[in-house]
Design a protein around this ligand. Structure first.
Ligand SMILES: Cc1ncc(COP(=O)(O)O)c(C=O)c1O
Length: 368
């Protein structure tokens, strides 16, 4: 019998995550000039990398013969000052995605379950599958988490509840009073994961979930350097929780999971709050333009709170393909059971204009 007959049965059932398509890949496939393609498919920073992070990285290049500091001492000190939590309240990952995986390693296994919204970030479901835990998917209220229904779905075997806020891909946010009512009902045997990858760039007020960390609750708040600071390519994210939870998540962490360059860039990026403010302004302006144009075109959309939004185009996969032919990469939402929608990341002014003019051409051609 081949080794291939002995793949871990949980892992074997996993359908791998489909990320946004890279520019170079689309260029190769369609014979297009990569310089003329725009990617609005992975909610990346259209303003590039935080300039302070770039300067720090340039200086650090010559130190790359050393292994990273596995404990991320300098970054830990810097982020501790930023948030006002002691250094032992943080865990760093190769992207916040890796921390979701640590949660799987430490809390999910056959016989237990995790509760999430049906159209929440798909990685939660993948991680449940990988560790043999049941993913209990709760219908949303429209495109927003239904926190009351999530509470009702919690069972004695539930170990983790995921709340993605703002939710990727739907772009909706749960608000302070709903979170507060939700947290009153959460039982002691459950870890609540607030996945807040976009927290710094939202232009509506985020619920204060860190308050629950301060109150010693079984909560972890996940944040990322990928979005607000433009460090997606370096892969660095973090979780904030009480030390007992951090300790449990440190067990499966490999010693050098976060590379030195990422640690250095992240620490410098925290000093670049001007970059974050500029990004937020860019998104807000871009969102206003995209919403106005969609309204003029008679297209339904979900008003964004961060740097991405859903637009109802009737046939998401066809419109995705047609936009791609015109050098615009977005995301079709079929895998989230939203086949009529595409998700677009908000870009620079010229990227948004290119997207909208391609969308108009596609829409006009489809009317014929
Ligand atoms: C809601 C959400 N959580 C986590 C992530 C992963 O972010 P990171 O780049 O930090 O792994 C993403 C990335 O798009 C996301 O949208």
């Amino acid at each position: 019998m081949s080794v291939l007959n002995h793949i871990n049965p949980h892992v074997n059932k996993v359908i791998p995550y489909q990320p946004g398509r890279p520019i170079e890949e689309v260029a190769r496939e369609l014979g297009l000039n990569p310089d003329e393609i725009i990617k609005l498919a992975s909610n990346e920073s259209p303003l590039g990398v935080s300039p302070k992070a770039v300067r720090a990285m340039k200086k650090a290049c010559v130190e790359m013969h050393r292994y990273p500091d596995g404990g991320a001492y300098y970054l830990r000190q810097r982020i501790s000052k930023h948030y006002g939590f002691p250094p032992d309240h943080f865990i760093f990952g190769c992207g916040s995605n890796e921390i979701i995986e640590f949660i799987g390693h430490s809390f999910l296994y056959p016989g237990v379950s995790a509760v999430m919204s049906e159209k929440a970030f798909v990685i939660y479901r993948i991680i449940c599958g990988m560790f043999g835990a049941e993913a209990v998917e709760v219908p949303m209220k429209g495109l927003t988490h239904d926190l009351k229904a999530i509470i009702r779905a919690i069972r004695p075997d539930t170990r983790v509840v995921f709340v993605c806020n703002p939710n990727n891909p739907t772009g909706t946010m749960v608000r302070e009073k709903d979170v507060s009512a939700f947290m009153k009902k959460i039982p002691e045997h459950v870890l609540v994961v607030f996945d807040e990858a976009y927290a710094e760039i939202t232009y509506k007020k985020m619920p204060d979930t860190l308050a629950y960390v301060r109150k010693n609750r079984n909560v972890i708040v996940l944040r990322s350097f990928s979005k607000a600071y433009g460090l997606a390519g370096l892969r660095i994210g973090y979780g904030i929780a009480k030390p007992e939870i951090i300790h449990a998540l440190e067990k499966p962490r490999q010693p050098f999971n976060v590379n030195s360059m990422a640690q250095i860039a992240a620490a410098a990026a925290l000093d670049d709050q001007g970059f974050v403010r500029r990004s937020r302004r860019t998104y807000r302006k871009g969102a206003t333009l995209i919403m106005k144009t969609c309204s003029e075109m008679g297209l339904e959309f979900e008003p964004p709170v961060a740097n991405f939004m859903l637009i109802k185009v009737r046939n998401g996969i066809e419109v995705f393909n047609e936009l791609q032919q015109k050098g615009v990469i977005v995301r079709p939402m079929g895998p989230y059971n939203l086949p009529e929608w595409i998700r677009v990341s908000i870009g620079t002014e010229s990227e948004n204009m290119k997207f909208l003019s391609a969308l108009k051409e596609v829409a006009n051609a489809r009317k014929k």
